[in-house]
Design a protein around this ligand. Structure first.
Ligand code: GCW
Length: 727
């Protein structure tokens, strides 16, 4: 990827690139992400590729075909270190051919079957003819060819042999999108990687190279939608002044297959429309949304639609007028329907007026209306019933709405997993959720099958990830945060992918193909998710973060106005024990799961230990499977988390020969912070829980480094990512 902020013309781009490649090991700041096209250093592989790719035929066409050409110029030019020769069909050369199926030379067309390919799908095939080897990238539409081109470049970066490359891919999910929680003032709610990359002040006239590189990066992993603005929405984004800026981005993104969505503030008809109400039953309100949709589609004909957070955490919504989520969603859906626009209505709702367990509330509000939503509405559900915790059981709504398209919402930004300073490989978490069995139609009814629509043959499917991108040089703050963006995209394309394969791809395309690097670092990534669970929220504990900013532990907090904003609400530690009883004797949240799961989770003996304190309040001396008391088990888990980080530090130290100095040093420093904070979590939580258990720490646990009073006194008024009204 081009070095920011230089904007280069392709004429002198290649020579710059060659220079850059020879230096990139020393100077990489990570801006290129997994699209770093430095020259392949393995001589044998390089020669074999150069020989196979003597010239390139790219079908003539519109903007997407132009984007393909540019990417090949950069990618092939960089990786092979030679100028790319674009030519017409050559019978005398080994050639790469990128062309839609209908435009392929007949002899090739006959060997390729696109019957099972979707419009976004592609085929990559090696074909030999008259002693020459051709590599064909084909599909039905231009966008499939672009995705295929990125797949091909990835294969080169991974040193894959081309003769055996035989790929047929179609995305399993329709809408694969990033949700940016970006505010118009460029702060990012729960963002830890700098400011928003959208410079609203200078748009539409100033086009930052970053916008294009953003589109390229997303296209390279199949992401096809982006909601530019925070779900805690500002209605101004829907005014002409801002829509002009949005149009500029949409125009830039279009060649890369990336559709723009906006967050719609439910009270917008009042705030920017001058109406006295936003009641979804009011004819003027209904008309206002219709007019707004018409206005948007006039300048952005492929506008994706609206993402809505309503009646949640103080946001306006239909319930302000005694209406339901369904009533609200219908009005917006109606306004967008004629343009094929989609309403993505979030299910993240809970209310201070509802005394019921927060984990149960979304289900109670949405499940009764299963099957009643219009066809162009998706209900976007967070992966777990509380809020992006290090570990949660899957959200029970996934098993309970067979007649409504449910869109998965993951959080790529690490609000509750160590911000941009902890190395935690999230695809492992995503995979765990997607592979969870809902038992909706018996065994094997995984969340992945609900999300990709195959379990109930849903018409519209989607997956969203709350972005971790900001203005930091490397986009994501932590160099390994890039893997979470990458992995999210790959899983949105195919929710059945495994996180290990994704880590392998990402490491090879971002750092090196050297096995001595790949193997230990991959292991480290795969274990990192369990480490954060252990040192923050072991054995099913959750939401014991310091409030507001969610930085560090705050299990003692119990003085906030809304009960469910207090960590004490979640861990319920007392002299007897610890944990949230969600069985029949407690909130009975378990009843929202299939009977098979309710039974398994309902009994502490059969409940997996990682969910123990999520579903049960148990005595401190409760005996765990390994024979130790619950109290000892907690301490041991906290210690294991800390030890795991020590091991990560060890592993990384040995990786110095394989990584450029800049990124090696960055990760080393960040791991140092991670260790410090892991110990902080262990010590603060164990000291606090000890005030209830009154038991000695297990012998395996290191002694706390400070007193409980010290940990309680820590304040972080300027911790990043918080929105002002939450201070
Ligand atoms: O996790 C909570 C966050 C809020 C966020 C909210 C939501 C955008 O702390 O910052 O608001 O979830 O998902 O709507």
């Amino acid at each position: 990827m081009m070095k920011h902020p230089f904007k280069l013309r392709s004429t002198y781009f290649l020579s710059f690139f060659v220079l850059l490649c020879s230096m990139s090991f020393a100077m990489s700041n990570g801006y290129e992400l997994w699209l770093n096209y430095s020259k392949i250093s393995d001589g044998a592989i390089l020669t074999s590729y150069q020989n196979r790719l003597q010239s390139v035929l790219v079908e003539e066409g519109g903007q997407t075909m132009e984007a393909i050409k540019k990417e090949l110029e950069m990618g092939l030019g960089g990786l092979l270190g030679t100028e790319v020769r674009f030519k017409s069909f050559q019978a005398s050369e080994n050639q790469l051919i990128v062309s839609k199926i209908g435009s392929l030379p007949k002899a090739f067309r006959e060997e390729i079957n696109v019957d099972n390919l979707s419009d976004e799908g592609y085929i990559i095939k090696h074909i030999e003819k008259s002693g020459k080897a051709y590599l064909i990238i084909t599909g039905r539409e231009d966008i499939g060819l672009l995705y295929g081109t990125f797949h091909f470049l990835r294969a080169l970066k991974m040193h894959r042999p081309l003769n055996t490359l035989n790929v047929e891919e179609s995305p399993k999910v329709d809408i694969r999108m990033l949700n940016h929680w970006d505010n118009l003032d460029r702060t990012v709610e729960r963002g830890y990687s700098g400011f928003s990359i959208w410079n609203w002040q200078t748009l539409p006239d100033y086009i930052d190279q970053r916008y294009i590189d953003y589109a390229r990066a997303n296209a390279s992993i199949g992401i096809n939608g982006t909601a530019l603005t925070n779900v805690n929405a500002n209605a101004l984004i829907l005014t002409p002044q801002y829509l002009e800026k949005v149009k500029a981005l949409a125009d830039l993104f279009r060649p890369y297959g990336l559709k723009v969505y906006l967050t719609a503030r439910f009270s917008a008809p009042m705030e920017i429309g001058g109406l006295e109400t936003a009641d979804p039953f009011d004819p003027q309100v209904i008309q206002w949304w219709k007019d707004k949709a018409a206005e948007i589609y006039k300048s952005i004909p492929d506008f994706g639609g609206f993402l809505v957070k309503a009646n949640s955490e103080g946001q306006p919504g239909p319930q302000n007028y005694g209406r339901t989520h369904l009533d609200g969603a219908k009005v917006l859906a109606d306004a967008l329907a004629q343009y094929q626009g989609t309403v993505i209505w979030r299910a993240f709702v809970y209310s201070e007026h509802d005394a019921d367990d927060r984990a149960k509330q979304a289900y109670s509000e949405f499940v009764p209306d299963d099957g009643k939503y219009p066809d162009n509405v998706l209900i976007q559900v967070k992966n777990g019933p509380i809020d992006f915790q290090p570990r949660e059981p899957f959200h029970p709504m996934f098993g309970a709405m067979p007649n409504t398209p449910l869109m998965m919402e993951f959080q790529i930004t690490k609000e509750y997993l160590g911000f941009a300073t902890h190395l935690v490989y999230l695809p492992k978490l995503f995979e765990e959720v997607l592979q969870s069995d809902t038992y909706q139609k018996g065994e094997g009814s995984t969340v992945a099958k609900v999300v990709d629509g195959s379990l109930n043959t849903k018409k519209l499917t989607g997956m969203a990830g709350v972005s971790n991108i900001g203005t930091d040089a490397n986009w994501t703050g932590h160099p390994f945060g890039q893997a979470d963006w990458y992995g999210f995209g790959r899983l949105a394309w195919d929710p059945s992918m495994n996180s290990e394969a994704i880590a392998d791809e990402w490491l090879r395309t971002t750092f090196s193909n050297n096995e001595d690097f790949i193997n230990p670092v991959k292991k480290m990534m795969l274990k990192s998710r369990e480490a954060v669970v252990d040192y923050m929220n072991p054995l099913g504990l959750h939401h014991i973060f310091d409030t507001g900013h969610h930085y560090g532990p705050g299990p003692w907090v119990g003085n906030l106005s809304r009960p469910e904003w207090n960590p004490v609400y979640y861990h319920k530690a007392d002299q007897e024990g610890i944990g949230f009883d969600r069985t029949k004797t407690g909130s009975n949240a378990l009843s929202q799961y299939a009977p098979e799961l309710a039974e398994k989770f309902g009994n502490p003996e059969t409940c997996p230990e990682e969910y123990l304190l999520w579903f049960h309040h148990l005595p401190w001396d409760y005996q765990l499977k390994n024979g130790r008391t619950l109290w000892d088990g907690l301490g041991i888990k906290y210690q294991q988390g800390v030890d795991q980080v020590k091991q990560m530090i060890n592993t990384w130290e040995n990786m110095e020969p394989y990584v450029d100095q800049y990124r090696h040093n960055q990760v080393s420093m960040l791991l140092g912070i991670q260790l410090k904070e892991a110990k902080w979590w262990r010590d603060a939580c164990m000291l606090y829980f000890q005030t209830f258990s009154q038991m000695d720490f297990p012998k395996e646990m290191e002694s706390p480094e400070n007193t409980l009073e010290h940990y309680k006194s820590l304040k972080f008024p300027y911790a990043p990512g918080i929105r002002p009204q939450w201070d």
